[in-house]
Design a protein around this ligand. Structure first.
Ligand code: GLU
Length: 316
């Protein structure tokens, strides 16, 4: 049976979109539009540190200016807490979660091995607390909630997938991330949980986003299996970096939309230059998003999958 491809934009309103976000959004949109699929816009605004409605509106306006449209949304995660609560309850009922009282300082202890995304691999400190220990600790500080992952020698905890750009990836959860957070101690549901619940509930069939999230896929696939959800296809796009090797970031206002609109004036000039730098188009001639649909292919992005350096020549 043929299912309409469904992709999504999933911006966090933590700042103005920058060139890296535009690249991810463009790739996600081109992939879906080149298959006559549907696009969903979901605003990932659960973290109170980045839930400013004005920033969300600015992202919406910037996507429109770029000509990247969507068929459903904007859907705001803050309206969907019941769904996340239900999924958490299901995992809890299955005995897969436990409260964790570790402080940030304890988690980031120098001795902790680190996962490829820089987060410490959880040592399992709170995995086997007794009911009495839990009660005592609860009086001192609120607990976060973690998901138990299978032991390293259990094949269920080794997860492989094929990324459209980066190829076959394999991770053993116990070794590469450990039991991971599904709810923070301030009550905010963790990214890994909500993204899985939302992608499934929105019938997303393909996830395209920045390479910084490549190592999240095994955690997300593990959650999909536990919750009985289908698995979308994954494609991660290369990072755009400054000449000193630093990643462009929203917080540092690197190449943000304000600056880019001033420098390029029209969406065609900006998207044409980006498509040329990323290998989507054979040159940097001005092109609208619409005009890129026919020349888009994941193979072309995969052929250029090294990080892309954005220096002054990008703006010339
Ligand atoms: N909200 C994330 C971001 O803005 C993207 C999450 C995802 O695509 O899974 O970086």
């Amino acid at each position: 049976m043929y299912h309409t491809p469904v992709g999504r934009f999933a911006p966090s309103p933590s700042g103005r979109m920058h060139l890296g976000n535009i690249f991810s959004a463009l790739a996600a949109w081109l992939s879906v539009r080149s298959q006559n699929g549907r696009m969903v816009l979901r605003i990932e605004d659960l973290d109170p540190r980045c839930c400013d409605p004005k920033r969300a509106q600015q992202i919406i306006d910037d996507l429109r200016w770029l000509g990247l449209d969507w068929d459903e949304g904007p859907i705001y995660q803050h309206d969907r807490l019941d769904l996340y609560r239900e999924a958490t309850a299901e995992l809890h009922t299955d005995g897969l979660t436990y409260p964790c009282f570790c402080t940030r300082a304890e988690l980031h202890a120098a001795s902790a091995p680190h996962a490829s995304d820089g987060t410490p691999v959880y040592a399992g400190t709170c995995r086997n607390l007794t009911a009495q220990q839990i009660e005592e600790r609860q009086r001192v500080r609120p607990a976060a909630l973690r998901l138990r992952v299978p032991d390293a020698d259990d094949p269920a905890g080794t997860i492989s997938f094929v990324d459209r750009v980066y190829g076959t990836q394999t991770e053993t959860l116990a070794r590469d991330c450990g039991d991971f957070l599904i709810q923070r101690s301030d009550g905010v549901y963790a990214y890994q949980l909500v993204v899985v619940v939302d992608d499934a509930e929105m019938s997303v069939t393909e996830v395209a986003r920045g390479r910084d999230l490549l190592s999240s896929v095994p955690r997300q696939m593990y959650l999909q299996r536990l919750l009985g959800f289908a698995q979308p296809a994954y494609a991660h796009v290369p990072m755009l970096i400054a000449p000193d090797g630093r990643r462009l970031s929203k917080r540092e206002h690197d190449c943000d939309m304000g600056e880019l609109k001033r420098a390029f004036d029209t969406p065609e000039r900006l998207l044409g230059r980006l498509a040329g730098a990323a290998g989507i188009a054979p040159d940097s001639a001005p092109r609208s998003a619409e005009q890129l649909i026919d020349i888009f292919s994941w193979d072309a992005i995969a052929a250029h999958h090294a990080d892309i350096v954005i220096d002054g020549t990008f703006f010339e």
